[in-house]
Design a protein around this ligand. Structure first.
Ligand SMILES: [Zn+2]
Length: 74
């Protein structure tokens, strides 16, 4: 986790990190990471998908928000 303790926008150290992102109706937002197609694509090949939710770090001074994917390693 590459959380920083200093806001890149305003330099404040009032960072609230590891906030969980809440979605509506039981469907929290997530990103879908797909495996890139290999150069020598086998005849039978399908990309692997990985879903990841986010945590967020919010600057308590200016509101700048960074999102971190929880499950970012393929
Ligand atoms: Zn800030």
């Amino acid at each position: 986790m590459a959380n920083t303790d200093t806001c890149p926008k305003c330099g404040s150290t009032e960072i609230i990190s590891e906030l969980q992102i809440r979605g509506g109706d039981g469907h929290p937002p997530y990103i879908q990471i797909s495996e890139p197609e290999p150069p020598n694509r086998p005849f039978i090949w399908s990309p692997k998908f990985e879903r990841s939710q986010f945590t967020a770090s919010v600057c308590g001074s200016c509101g700048h928000t960074e999102f971190y994917a929880v499950n970012y390693k393929a």
